[in-house]
Ligand binder design. Structure first.
Ligand SMILES: [Cu+2]
Length: 464
C-alpha cells in the first residue's frame, strides 16, 4: 500500500514501479565518505524542502541524490578506524568511513530510498529505529528480510511519515555490530510549522555509545555486557568532543540517543530545559516540565530544548561519574585514607617510577603524567583556564557567548568571566581549631557521635 503510494507519481502500474526500482539499482549513487572525526558544518539542503540542518557532534550529514522526486542515500557498512581522541584510535565497524555513520536528514513526507552495501566480513541489516514504515522495510534479519550478505547491496524504500529524531543500527548479530560502533542518527524535519516543534537557532545531535577497549589495544571486546571503559558522545571522548556553542538567547535543541547497554542521565549546567520530544514524537506541551537532568534509557532518544541565556562555559555531561572517566581499568582499589608514607620511599628504591594513586582521592591523577600504554588516553584529562578538569568520557561544554555569528559553530575559547564572578580563595582569618570538624576516632563506627561522654563511661577513650 505504502509502496504503491510511493511510486504513484512516477508510474501508475506495478510493472512500471518495478522497472523504476531496477533502473535505480543499475545506477547506485556514489556513497559519500568521511575520513576525519571533527564536527562537520551543517549540511544546508541543496534541494527538496528547506529546513534548518542539525549539527552532529563530531559527525556529519550525508548528502543525497534526488532521483525522480526520491531522496536517495547510500550507506556502506564497513570496518573503519575511528579517532576516539587524538592518539587513541579504535578499530570499529561503521558506515561510510566513520562510527557513528553519517546523519541522515529528510523532511516529513519525503520519499526516501537507501541503498545499503555490506563490506563487513559478516552479514548485516539496517533497522530504522522509530520510523513508521512498511514491515518489510524494518530491517530485522530473518524476520522481515533476508540478511545482507557480505558484498551485497540491498534497497530500503519508505516515506518519512513522522517528524522527529530517530536512529539506525543493524538488527543482525547486534551484540557484535553495535559493540563495534554500527549506528547513526536520522532526523526527519517537520514539513510545515508544527505546534509542538519549535524553530530553534541551534540544533545539536549525538548518540551515546560505549566500548570496552583494553588499554594498549585497538579493538573493542564485543562480548562485554557491563564493564565498559570508553564512554562516548558519538564515539568521541572529552576533551576531544566538540563544545556546543550558542549565542546568548539562542533557542537550543539537543537530541541525544542511547545505544549503549546502560542508562545515561544527561545533565546541563546553568539552564533548565524541557524534554520536547522522544523517538515517539513531540511531547505535548501539557506534559513538559523543567529539568536539569534527563535520563536517556537504552534504546531511547531524548530531545531537550532551552534558551541559552546564561553566558559562560557550562558543563554538559552524563551524571554517572564513572562515565566521565577515561580508559583506565576498573580494578584500582580505593586508597582514600591509606597512609603510604615510608612505604613509597621503600618501594621506589626497587621501582623508581612507583606512584601511589588515590590516597587523597583520585584528583591528583588529573595532573600526574602517568605513563600510558600506546593507543589509549588518560583516565582523567582536559585542561581549562583554572587547571585540570579530571574528566575523560561523556563530558563536553555548552559555550554561551554574547557575540557569535548565526552560523558560527567554532570553539570560541575559554569564557572570560566578568570581574568578581569567580569563586575565590578565602584569605581572611582561618576557622578556629575548636570548631574544626571532628573525625571518627579509630575503632569507632563511622557516624558515631564524637561527643565527650560522662566520666562513668569505661570505654577508655577519654581525652588526656
Ligand atoms: Cu552515563
Amino acid at each position: 500500500m505504502q509502496r504503491r503510494h510511493f511510486f504513484a507519481g512516477a508510474a501508475a502500474t506495478a510493472v512500471a514501479a518495478a522497472s523504476v526500482s531496477r533502473v535505480a539499482i543499475a545506477a547506485l549513487p556514489e556513497p559519500a565518505s568521511q575520513s576525519n572525526a571533527e564536527t562537520a558544518a551543517p549540511l544546508v539542503p541543496p534541494n527538496g524542502r528547506p529546513y534548518r540542518p542539525v549539527v552532529t557532534l563530531n559527525g556529519w550529514t550525508t548528502p543525497w541524490r534526488m532521483n525522480n522526486g526520491v531522496k536517495e542515500f547510500h550507506l556502506v557498512a564497513e570496518p573503519v578506524v575511528r579517532e576516539v581522541a587524538p592518539g587513541f584510535s579504535v578499530n570499529m565497524w561503521g558506515y561510510n568511513g566513520q562510527s557513528p555513520g553519517p546523519t541522515i536528514e529528510v523532511v516529513e513526507g519525503d520519499k526516501v530510498r537507501i541503498f545499503v552495501t555490506n563490506r563487513l566480513p559478516e552479514h548485516t541489516t539496517v533497522h530504522w529505529h522509530g520510523q513508521r514504515l512498511p514491515n518489510g522495510m524494518d530491517g530485522i534479519g530473518g524476520l522481515t528480510q533476508p540478511h545482507i550478505a557480505p558484498g551485497k547491496t540491498f534497497v530500503y524504500e519508505f516515506v518519512a511519515r513522522r517528524p522527529g529524531t530517530f536512529m539506525y543500527h543493524p538488527h543482525a548479530d547486534e551484540m557484535t555490530q553495535m559493540a563495534m560502533g554500527m549506528m547513526g542518527l536520522w532526523i526527519t524535519h517537520p514539513k510545515n510549522a508544527h505546534p509542538l516543534i519549535a524553530n530553534v537557532d541551534r540544533d545539536y545531535a549525538f548518540l551515546l555509545s560505549a566500548y570496552d577497549v583494553e588499554p594498549g589495544s585497538m579493538t573493542p571486546r564485543v562480548n562485554e555486557m557491563t564493564d565498559f571503559n570508553i564512554w562516548t558522545f558519538n564515539s568521541r571522548v572529552f576533551p576531544a568532543i566538540t563544545p556546543l556553542v550558542a549565542k546568548q538567547n539562542d533557542r537550543v535543541r539537543i537530541r541525544v540517543g542511547n545505544l549503549t547497554m546502560t542508562n545515561h542521565p544527561i545533565h546541563v549546567h546553568g539552564h533548565e530545559f524541557e524534554v520536547t520530544g522522544t523517538d515517539g514524537g513531540p511531547v505535548p506541551k501539557s506534559a513538559r516540565w523543567p529539568e536539569v537532568t534527563t535520563d536517556v534509557a537504552v534504546g531511547q532518544m531524548r530531545q531537550v530544548e532551552f534558551v541559552a541565556d546564561e553566558l559562560g562555559d557550562w558543563a554538559l555531561h552524563c551524571h554517572k561519574s564513572h562515565h566521565t572517566m577515561g580508559a583506565m581499568g576498573h580494578d584500582v582499589p580505593t586508597m582514600i585514607g591509606v597512609d603510604h608514607r615510608g612505604l613509597v620511599a621503600k618501594i621506589q628504591k626497587i621501582v623508581p617510577d612507583y606512584m601511589v594513586m588515590g590516597e587523597r582521592g583520585m584528583g591528583d591523577m588529573g595532573a600526574m603524567e602517568m605513563p600510558l600504554p600506546d593507543n589509549t588516553f588518560p583516565m582523567m584529562t582536559g585542561t581549562g583556564p583554572f587547571g585540570p578538569l579530571e574528566m575523560g568520557g561523556m563530558f563536553t561544554t555548552l559555550k554561551v557567548r554574547a557575540h557569535l555569528g548565526a552560523n558560527d559553530y567554532r570553539d570560541p575559547g575559554a569564557f572570560k568571566h566578568p570581574q568578581g564572578t569567580v569563586a575565590w580563595e578565602w584569605t581572611g582569618a582561618p576557622l578556629a581549631d575548636s570548631t574544626a570538624p571532628r573525625q571518627t576516632e579509630p575503632g569507632k563506627a563511622p557516624g558515631a557521635p564524637s561527643v565527650r561522654k560522662p566520666a562513668a563511661d569505661s570505654s577508655g577513650h577519654e581525652h588526656h
